[in-house]
Design a protein. Sequence first.
Length: 292
Amino acid sequence: MSKASTKRISAAPSWLGLTPDRSSFVFLPDRAEIVRKIFQLSTGGMGSYAIANYLDELKVPTFTGSLNWDHTTIDSMLRNRATYGEFQPKSFAAGHKRGIPSGPPISNYYPAVIDKVTFDAAQVARQQNLSHRGRKGNDLANIFGDLCSCAYCGSKVIFHRISNVQVLVCEQVFNHSACSRTAWTYRDFEITVLAFLAHPALVAQASDELKAALLDLIEEIKGLASDPERRFARRVNITVLVKRIVARLVVHSAGDLTRPRQSSAQIRKDIAGRFLEIQLQAGPSYPCISVA
Ligand SMILES: [Zn+2]
């Protein structure tokens, strides 16, 4: 084997191309856009299964020619430092098929499609997505993720099923502790929060950045009804937007009735007077009563 004097690259990451003489990489804007979207969905709380489903539903072409997006492809892309341009030289001696790192990483080796800050944020998000969602990660039943907390004890308010009805309830209710044993029907809660966020009065007083996110959210909510074929992708977008708009949802599932009920009592659903506080990202907090 003779050593060529000019650099010849054997392979490029799937989102980059190579010049015909294989001496340098070619930036492919369409693919770069898809990689950015994948990172955006990951930092927005989506697991790799949900991201794959999302891309499939929108018929986004894969980079390999295969028919569907695979969650392992998504996950390895999210972990791949080549996305922000870094190259780790590897040694393939001693039969190491995947190679072992050899020498320091080289930055700016590849054309970057995202920045390092986005990459780091995605690593944190990946861990959270893995621990907080089911293995398949595509259950968008609860679009609020970890945003809900209990007004009475400060614990998380979690998604739960009570005799086949999806509800939100304080997690202390299941920890042998006494908190208000009241639940808020999930469907009613979601309608209440989305109706509040989509209200023209909120849009009218929002800052420019918030306004843009609220208008996107309103589009997606309208689309849920008019474009049911893209329902999954719409709910993914809504989930990501809600996380961008809302910092915290403080749930008063029993309204002002704050006295804790003991652990033997039945969990009561949809108490009259229930309300929540919606705290916006870098913004004010608003009280919001159930619309049901
Ligand atoms: Zn509580």
